[in-house]
Ligand binder design. Sequence first.
Ligand code: GLV
Length: 340
Amino acid sequence: MTAGQTHRVLVAIPMFESVLARLQAVFDLDAPCAADRHIDWTPQTLAERLQGCAGLLLAATPRVDAALLDACPELRAVCSMAVGYNNIDLDACTARGVLVTNAPDVLTETTADFGFALMMATARRISEAEHYLRAGRWTHWSYDFFAGADVHGTTLGVLGMGRIGQAIARRAALGFGMPVIYHNRSRLDPAVEQQLGARWVSKDDLLRQADHLVIVVPYSPASHHMVAAAELALMKPGATLTNIARGGVVDDAALAAALRQRTIAAAGLDVFEGEPAVHPELLGLPNVVLTPHIASASGPTRRAMADLAATNLIAALGLGPTPGRPLTPLNPQVLAAAGD
Ligand code: GLV
């Protein structure tokens, strides 16, 4: 990509005006969603709109796969303001020399705050109690009125001990005196384990021992339905499950059955298989807290994510203060090959 050339780029998601202004200053910008208009892209409408574009800015949607890349041969950079990138076929991008970036780090603490809050709301039945109050049903007090599970001093299980998992573990250990167990493909450095007070266990032991299980593992074919009926059956009857990772890591139909049969106590879900659709049975259950994929949604963090994605796009297309050097590339080998 040569500096000085005006590249056409598509911003396929609603975007901050200030970020659009940054991009407009250096690109021929197509931003059909404006500040808040969502477009439900089909593969065909996205491919049509991307014709002639060198760059694409997106988030956890829309999908970028081999067929789209083949239909848009001028595309050079796909920059996401999300940290999870299972909507992007990274291998297909790499094979075609398309650079991909995501937005790690800037959302870690905010997402951990939310994961912890969702776990607490789930354990302490906060949504259920609020619905009861709003429905005008609060007429008396009883000793077991919305009695839930304790959080402090109980065992936290973290499935997926990356940056966000570690930030949740820190909150649990330091703030709530919780023993932390975790399962991850690779074990943490012993010094980090010690600092977090976290102990690696097998996946089955994690499921058997956790009082509160928080799922933060990235989605991939290997993590599809990593928690399904057999795994749920291992959990304690009083345990809770919180999923802030991706829909598809948990089998939502199996989870709904477990919640209905009370083989686990409750769940907190920010992500769903097939979202924005939600498994209909989950919608009818009292013992599940449901939120619309908002774990990273604090004002400052969403701005930082969008700014990082824009900085990456500008650099990826050879412009800005660090031309050719985006901050958080997922396939840096594409950059190395371009420099050969
Ligand atoms: C949100 O889910 C993200 O991956 O950033």
